[in-house]
Design a protein around this ligand. Structure first.
Ligand code: BES
Ligand code: ZN
Length: 874
């Protein structure tokens, strides 16, 4: 074994005795046959004695006879499929120093949206294939043999042989093109040092528009032929983001050009390939007439996120996937910074609390994981592109920035980028730079957040003149974990002018009320309120004692609190209620304090809490369900009535967002008048697609309204939606329809919608829209459907992270121990690494709901409180 190729099996990482310096790659895709052939010549540095070269390859046919290292012919060549490695053995030790490894290979342009794959589109009425790459996390090895780990940075020089009439793009600009009949050979400039997962190729028919940055970098957006007008918004955001990041990171954009391109079949939302960023169509294209305000935000955030990666990720790259969050958490955080500066009226930092909320929700599961997570096999990487790496990652960065101060933080980031440019870094490398620049104990502080899963809830109570604090790990199942954190506590008392900040390092601490420095009105305790975690910059929750909680309710009613604090209070209170740390009754009373709220950012959280309460009450208190819905409708209705269905001249972006949010919320809560009005407008729209009565922003609400009225015996609404789906060419419009189809209360319609997903009319990338829309009434039929079709689902979606959506969407809505047991029994002999984490998390959610239901049923005064609140609103 010691000297056999098998010694390299079962290792998390490749051996380091040889490393690539430069790849010379020639690839020839055959778009008709869906195959490709290639030749690689890799300059390799051998740094320690070995008679082997070990690199990655998967699903490739390597022509063994073609392999040479310098003039050496290998004596044995073994491809270990499971380990995705190619071991090339020679009859003697290789000379230390540089040599060129050459080989030829062939592969398939697959339909799995990873590696080198084909995507389908229609041009001039004709169906065509394009060839596209998606290499992150570990799929470059499916296109060419390579050292497919982020730390093996090398230079890449590509040559493509493609049909002469097509456009062929890669990371770098074209240096030369030669045409020989139907085939042209395109030569690209050599890239700077970069990781394999960022290499990209796109071959197909496209149009483009172009602009340039203040430094003269050419930026292009490529779209399908004839659709460049839909690229102008992204182009503008792209150019401005590049200029902004150049200043923020104090480093110019590293490449000579940047292309952004929309791909019709795309597993993720977008991919930051160096100099050639690929997007789902819905994440890049914006159409003045066909897109909604929320589509617009999504495009801006996605472009800003991917372009941030050109520095954070591409120029400075994580050393290993354990540090993936450095890429994703940072890109997410900094994208808000960019979008906030481009569109201040969007109140983007308040919207950032959506990220914090989803991070907090996932990280309250026992089946969560630390931000820094050990990775032992390529198949484990996909599962960590989750809310922990993105949302918790971005949130702890915001927490740190707010602790250190924006200026110090930016300066340190710029030095970090300079220090590690064209190289790799680990989490602690970043902490070291920040610590050096700030003189603060960054490493000790942050390690408690990145190496440890979960987060604390701070119990706050008033004891005489003292505010007493105690931390305990927060878990949604109501138990307390053993975690301890260094918590940056911020607090204010009676006004935002009276603030106090400190680090909570122990389990408990206390402070004297006098420590709130600013002068306080002493007009009795009635107006005194204490808010911890000001503006929710900290990644923790707070549980106030009754007295403090009552003070905050008064402060909300008296409009003393910031938007962010109002969001934090309702989110914490909801989470504490799920964890049975407080009653649903008290949550409903708190919600009542938001009844004349009119801000989008706050109401989006209030609405999401309302919808969750409405769902749980179906199972927990069926007798009260209607009254609870009425109560929640009353809460949202005033703002909805004020806005109406029709857009007003000059109204704000956020009000447009709010209208759409509230109408959807009211439809979901079963508000008849909203449903009827939605159906009425839908009929007009169906006859006249240009009507001003149903613009893109309110369309989803109308579609959902229609689906609430559809059944097998009255299915014209469903068929009308299908017709709209078939007739529109706009992916965003298609997604609105798909997201509605499965929301009917009729099980057979839900089943029909689910089966529609398997037809040629729905791209595999779009399955999650249908899954995300399944009605509560449809959850049993969906589960039966999943069991029946599991083999097909696994075969079609297993290789992308989309498989997790099937589990999440179908399992999580259940609320009983019995269902949880049934689901885990079904999967007991069907487990795969690609969805294991999603399954465990979903099952945990089911059990949490089951316990929440039990506790709601035992609340003695819930019924009375609901009646009282209903009377109050009347
Ligand atoms: N690097 C990711 C794309 C990715 C995701 C590759 C999962 C491999 C597996 C990219 O930068 C990204 O984060 N895209 C996001 C969009 C963004 C706005 C959060 C996505 O795809 O959702
Ligand atoms: Zn990203």
């Amino acid at each position: 074994m010691a000297d056999s190729p098998a010694q390299f099996r079962g290792q998390a990482r490749l051996p380091r005795f040889a490393a690539p310096l430069r790849y010379d790659l020639r690839l020839r895709p055959d778009l008709a046959a869906c195959t490709f052939s290639g030749a690689a010549a890799v300059a390799v540095a051998v740094s320690a004695p070995t008679r082997f070269l070990v690199l990655n390859a998967a699903e490739l046919d390597v022509d063994r006879a073609s392999i040479r290292f310098q003039d050496l012919v290998p004596t044995d060549v073994t491809q270990f499929e499971e380990d995705e490695i190619l071991v090339i053995g020679f009859d003697r030790e290789l000379t230390i120093g540089e040599g060129v490894l050459a080989m030829d290979f062939t592969g398939t342009l697959n339909d799995q949206m990873r590696g080198f794959y084909r995507s389908k589109y229609v041009c001039n009425g004709e169906s065509r294939n394009m060839a596209v790459t998606q290499f992150e996390a570990a799929d470059a090895r499916r296109c060419f043999p390579c050292w497919d780990e982020p730390a093996f940075k090398a230079k890449f020089k590509l040559t493509l042989e493609v049909p002469s009439d097509l456009i062929a793009l890669s990371n770098m600009p074209v240096v030369k093109e030669t045409v020989s009949g139907p085939i042209k050979t395109v030569y690209y400039e050599e890239s700077p040092l970069m990781s394999t997962y960022l290499v990209a190729i796109v071959v197909g028919l496209f149009d483009y528009i172009e602009s340039s940055t203040s430094e003269g970098t050419k930026v292009r957006v490529y779209t399908q032929v004839g659709k460049t007008n839909q690229g102008t918004f992204a182009l503008d955001v792209g150019v401005k983001s590049l200029d902004l990041y150049k200043d923020y990171f104090a480093t110019p954009y590293p490449l000579p050009k940047l292309d952004m391109i929309a791909i019709p079949d795309f597993a993720a939302g977008a991919m930051e390939n160096y100099g050639l960023v690929t997007y789902r169509e819905t994440a890049l294209l914006y159409d003045e007439l066909q897109s909604s305000a929320s589509n617009k935000q999504q495009v801006a955030i996605t472009v800003a996120h991917e372009l941030a990666h050109q520095w954070f990720g591409n120029l400075v790259t994580m050393e290993w996937w354990t540090h993936l969050w450095l890429n994703e958490g940072f890109a997410s955080w900094v994208s808000y910074l960019a979008v906030d500066s481009l569109f201040p009226e969007w109140n983007n930092w308040t919207q950032f609390l959506d990220e914090t909320t989803s991070g907090l929700r996932l990280d309250a599961l026992a089946e969560s994981h630390p931000i820094e997570v050990e990775i032992n096999h390529a198949s484990e990487i996909d599962a960590i592109f989750d809310s922990i790496s993105y949302d918790k990652g971005a949130s702890v960065i915001r927490m740190l920035q707010s602790y250190l101060g924006a200026e110090r933080f930016q300066k340190a980031l710029a030095s970090y980028i300079k220090k590690y440019a064209y190289s790799n870094a680990k989490t602690e490398d970043l902490w070291a730079v920040l610590e050096e620049e700030s003189g603060e104990p960054v490493k000790d502080l942050m390690t408690t957040w990145t190496k440890q899963q979960g987060y604390p809830v701070i119990y706050a109570k008033l004891n005489g003149q003292y505010l007493e604090l105690e931390q305990a790990q927060f878990l949604s199942d109501g138990s307390s974990g053993t975690g301890m954190w260094i918590v940056p506590i911020t607090s204010c008392c009676g006004s935002y002018d009276a603030q106090k900040k400190f680090l909570l390092k122990e389990k408990t601490d206390k402070m004297h009320i006098k420590e709130f420095t600013a002068s306080q009105s002493s007009d009795g305790d009635k107006n005194i309120w204490i808010k911890l975690n000001i503006d929710q910059t900290g990644f923790y929750r707070v549980k106030y004692d009754d007295e403090l909680a009552a003070g905050l309710v008064n402060a909300i009613k008296a409009k003393k609190l910031s938007l962010m604090d109002k969001i934090g209070i309702v989110e914490d209170s909801y989470a504490l209620s799920v964890a049975r740390k407080q009653t649903l009754t008290s949550l409903l009373r708190l919600l009542n304090a938001y009844h004349d709220e009119s801000d989008y950012t706050v109401l989006s959280h209030v609405t999401s809490v309302c919808l969750s309460i409405s769902k749980i009450s179906v199972d927990a208190t069926p007798d009260l369900n209607n009254d609870i819905k009425k109560l929640l409708i009353n809460l949202l209705l005033p703002a909805a009535i004020k806005l109406g269905w029709d857009r007003k001249d000059g109204e704000s972006h956020l009000d447009v967002m709010l209208r759409s949010l509230l109408l959807i919320g009211l439809v979901r809560l079963g508000h008849n008048e909203t449903i009827n009005e939605g159906v009425r407008r839908f009929h007009i729209f169906f006859e006249d697609r240009k009507t001003s009565l149903l613009p893109p922003d309110t369309r989803k609400a109308a579609y959902l309204a229609v689906m609430r009225t559809v059944s097998m015996s009255n299915r014209s609404g469903y068929d009308a939606l299908l017709k709209i789906y078939r007739e529109t060419a706009e992916p965003q419009e298609k997604s609105r329809v798909l997201g509605s189809l499965s929301s009917s209360p009729d099980k057979d319609i839900v089943l029909e919608a689910l089966n529609f997903m398997f037809t040629d009319e729905v791209r595999n990338q779009d399955s999650y829209y249908i899954l995300g829309g399944i009605s509560l009434e449809g959850r049993d039929v969906a589960w039966t459907w999943l069991k029946t079709n599991w083999d097909h689902v696994l075969k079609t979606w297993n290789s992308s992270s989309l498989i997790s959506d099937f589990i999440n969407s179908i399992v999580s809505p259940f609320t009983s121990e019995e269902k949880a047991a049934e689901v885990s029994e079904f999967f007991a002999c069907r487990m795969k690494p690609s969805f294991q984490r999603a399954l465990k998390q979903s099952l945990e959610r089911v059990r949490i709901s089951a316990r929440w239901i039990e506790s709601i049923r035992s609340e003695p005064s819930l019924g009375e409180a609901v009646q009282e609140l209903l009377r109050g609103a009347a």
